[in-house]
Design a protein around this ligand. Structure first.
Ligand code: GLN
Length: 540
């Protein structure tokens, strides 16, 4: 049965052209922000045209961070931007990949659901893509669903998604669907001009497919002259007032303000026949001002193995921006490759920083360097923050150097270690497949009274998101505790250690979960806020 497009939901499809990395995710998140600020209920869906079912099995070098939702889906990092901008929790439904679409269609075919039909890209794959958008509308009951299509127009693999949008425009109530295209308008120095041809070509490709964009978002590094906008409008068959500048800004949180200045949100709701009051952007303006002109600054190191590809730590970077605002400080991040620390020692890299963060990760490369970094932070009383693998490394370092358990390790890195202080979780032992099988999503954690964690959170029970297979081995808990490590956060049954800290250290915290996934601009995460506070104090 084909699903009917609901008549009381509005849909905005956003495609991209010319080149990737134009900031489509941020653009969608910003539009979502503005519509929500107008009192509308909004959600955002990311469509990824790759064949992986989800990015969970991809290397961070391929894909950047894997963003984990409350319900435990491993998703595209753009969902992180959506959550941070619109402050709504995303779920599994909000990320659709070609892999998922084909998986569903092929399973149906094997079950015989297609009753003898030849199963084809059109209509079966395109129907499944549309169904997934409709399901989001039905289940979330939002007024506006924004849909971002990953990739760039002209890619073979995104064709079924674009075809689905074309059909969607045809089948939905007129006035209920908007298509937007994000394109690049480069300034060519030698010609002294902003050039419109790449945009013309990109829109031409879209129109060949049957999609006429209603709005163009033109990424540019300087304002576009009126003549340029008019030229784009004429050649692309878009009204001039709907040719919008997406100009480079100093912080991504300025993008909604820039769109609002051009009344994009007003133009969208008019086009969708909605009536809402203008948004109040005073708070965002204040925050952006604080990001751009804070009174203090502080440098903290991120010591990991993907430091050459910052996208792997997107949410951590944003969490630091949020925590910076809360501390009226600019947080400068010093990226330190843990393999370099292994080779040259910690002094060279950390003598000038006010705190060290060890982020999550997999595999044994660079582990010894991380252990050096942690020992340095512990002994010098430098604020330390370990996330997931960072907590596990802190435990290994403590076991080796304080508890004197020589060659203590995680079974992930050394299956023959005499002291497996980190071992595979019981629930993971039977796992055979790699995709979507880690301990994923939100779990409760009970905070120990009078601990640093309880001063940070000011709560007895917290809910944080996880993505890991390994865990502190309970056999070593007593030994670690006897030597001064505090297990400051436990699963409600007491069996899993979720947070650790050190008694004789001003600020040393490790957590098995990923707090960076829950930090919001208007609701910065206390673990980041307090880490920066401690860093500022350390360097005073
Ligand atoms: N590799 C570790 C584990 O699987 C840590 C994972 C992480 O840091 N996300 O438990």
């Amino acid at each position: 049965m084909r699903k009917k497009i609901p008549q009381n939901t509005k849909f905005i499809f956003v495609t991209g052209g010319v080149v990737s990395s134009l900031g489509k995710g941020i653009a969608c998140a910003s539009l979502g922000f503005l519509l929500k600020a107008r009192g509308l209920k909004v959600t955002i869906v990311k469509m990824d045209p790759y064949l992986n079912v989800d990015p969970g099995t991809m290397s961070p070098y391929q894909h950047g961070e894997v963003y984990v939702t409350n319900d435990g889906a491993e998703t595209d990092l753009d969902l992180g931007h959506y959550e941070r901008f619109i402050s709504e929790d995303m779920s599994q439904m909000n990320n659709v990949t070609t892999g998922q679409v084909y998986n569903t269609v092929i399973s149906k075919e094997r079950r015989g659901d297609y009753l003898g039909a030849t199963v084809q890209v059109i209509p079966h794959i395109t129907d499944e893509i549309k169904r997934r958008v409709i399901v989001v509308a039905e289940q979330t009951r939002v007024q506006v669903v924004l849909v971002e299509v990953g990739g760039t127009v002209g890619d073979i693999e995104s064709l079924p998604f674009l075809e689905s949008i074309r059909q969607f425009c045809l089948e939905a109530e007129p006035g209920n669907v908007i298509t937007m295209h994000l394109t690049l308008v480069p300034y060519i120095e030698t010609a002294g001009e902003s050039k419109t041809k790449p945009t013309q070509h990109s829109v031409m490709r879209l129109r060949e497919i049957g999609i006429q964009p209603d709005f163009l978002l033109c990424r540019c590094d300087r304002h576009l002259k009126r003549g340029i906008k008019e030229k784009i409008a004429l050649f692309c068959n878009v009204r001039p007032e709907r040719v919008i500048e997406a100009i480079d800004v100093s912080t991504i949180y300025e993008v909604p303000l820039n769109f609002a200045k051009q009344q994009v949100d007003e133009k969208i709701i008019q086009r969708l026949n909605l009536k809402t009051p203008a948004p109040d952007l005073a708070q965002l303006r204040k925050i952006v001002q604080k990001i751009n002109k804070p009174d203090h600054k502080v440098t903290v190191a991120i010591c990991g193995k993907y430091v050459k590809l910052r996208d792997a730590y997107k949410s951590i970077m944003e969490s630091f921006t949020h925590a910076g605002v809360a501390n009226n400080a600019r947080v400068k991040l010093k990226w330190v490759d843990s393999e370099d620390v292994e080779e040259h020692g910690p002094e060279k890299y950390f003598a000038d920083v006010c705190g060290i963060l060890i982020p999550g990760g997999f595999g044994d490369r660079g582990i010894e360097g991380k252990l050096h970094a942690i020992r340095y932070a512990r002994e010098k009383h430098l604020p330390f923050f370990g996330i997931c693998l960072g907590l596990q490394c802190a435990v290994i370092e403590y076991a080796r150097n304080v508890c004197k358990l020589k060659h203590a390790n995680s079974l992930e890195f050394d299956p023959n270690t005499p002291y497996p202080v980190i071992h595979i979780m019981e629930s993971q032992k039977s796992v055979k497949e790699m995709g979507g099988t880690m301990r994923l999503g939100v779990y409760p954690c009970v905070i120990k009274e009078n601990s640093l964690a309880s001063r940070v959170y000011r709560k007895e029970r917290i809910y944080e998101r996880h993505r890991h297979r390994y865990e502190i081995n309970n056999e070593y808990r007593e030994c670690l505790e006897k030597n001064g490590m505090v297990m400051s956060g436990l699963s409600p049954d007491g069996l899993l250690v979720e947070m650790i800290e050190l008694k004789d250290h001003p600020y040393f915290i490790g957590c098995q979960f990923h707090p960076e996934l829950k930090s919001r601009l208007t609701d910065p995460h206390p673990l980041f806020v307090n880490f920066i506070k401690a860093a500022l104090k350390f360097c005073k």
